[in-house]
Design a protein. Structure first.
Length: 297
């Protein structure tokens, strides 16, 4: 930016301030990614996560990548205190250094936001506090010892502690998403039902499920190797003063074109960071019988 442009920008800022306008500081966001990339390719999905958050104009996004598989984790110690929200695109079971675990827990307990994106709920099956933060998780040996299934009976949430694996899904397909909590800021203004484009519908997730608020569900069809139950698709967790939003959607770049995924990711990240959602529902949001995709450039 040249001197003339800087002077003009400063003048505009002063004019806004003296006119009673306030210029909101961007929400400081970290995307934390890395480790397992064989089945969940964080290398290609992270740039799209960043693009979608940048597109809102609300966030200043930095990407922090953990050392690659096989490399030493002992020096991995991100400064979580710099951020208001951490978006987890991370899947591994090797523990972080104790200082890093402690810093992450301190960040969340003190009010830091967390977004658990898709396979991040596979990580750290033995880390008790992490599983309390994410609410529900899957795979990596999770079972009834990990916590209950979350089920829906007669309009109520029921915790099912019966034995069984934690985490599965059938082949990718489209499915109907139904809002469970329409009053939550993330869901407010969205249609009560909409059609997801082809994606993985995680089912049979298990976890502590403490302070968990289900926002929307989808039916996992047994004819497609599903559970035969309504499964949580979006939910929030309160951990200390922290707010956590989990989405099971967005397996790959192709799946991340879905406008329902994009919108809920953007709104969920804002809520996790601030407790509010200021974004409008986009005109191309999917409808009950109509999928909606955007081009990825």
């Amino acid at each position: 930016m040249n001197k003339k442009a800087r002077t003009l920008s400063a003048a505009i800022l002063l004019l806004l301030l003296f006119s009673g306008w306030s210029v909101a500081a961007p929400i400081q966001a970290m995307i934390l990614d890395g480790r397992q990339a064989k089945s969940h390719d964080w290398v290609t999905t992270t740039p799209l996560l960043k693009k979608y958050l940048d597109a809102t104009g609300l966030f200043a996004v930095e990407v922090v990548t953990a050392p690659a598989l096989g490399q030493d984790l002992s020096g991995f110690n991100p400064d979580f205190s710099k951020y208001q929200v951490v978006v987890l695109n991370y899947d591994d079971d090797q523990p972080w250094p104790q200082a890093t675990q402690d810093a992450f827990l301190r960040f969340v307990r003190n009010g830091g936001g967390v977004v658990v994106y898709h396979a991040a709920n596979n990580a750290f099956p033995k880390w008790t506090a992490y599983n309390e933060i994410i609410g529900l998780g899957g795979w990596r040996g999770r079972n009834e010892q990990s916590g209950p299934y979350v089920r829906f009976k007669e309009g109520k949430v029921v915790l099912d502690r019966s034995p069984g694996r934690g985490g599965s899904h059938g082949p990718q397909d489209s499915f109907m998403i139904e809002v469970w909590n329409a009053k939550h800021p993330i869901m407010k203004g969205l249609p009560p039902k909409w059609m997801s484009s082809k994606d993985e519908l995680y089912d049979r997730l298990r976890g502590p499920a403490y302070n968990l608020d289900v926002l929307a569900t989808a039916y996992s069809d047994p004819a497609k190797k599903g559970s035969g139950e309504r499964e949580p698709v979006f939910f929030t967790i309160r951990y200390g003063k922290g707010r956590v939003f989990q989405t099971i959607l967005g397996h790959s770049v192709a799946n991340m074109r879905d406008v329902g995924f994009i919108t809920t990711l953007q709104r969920g990240t804002e809520w996790a960071a601030t407790g509010k959602v200021t974004q409008k529902v986009p005109a191309d949001f999917p409808k009950e019988n109509t999928e909606s995709l955007r081009e990825v450039k």
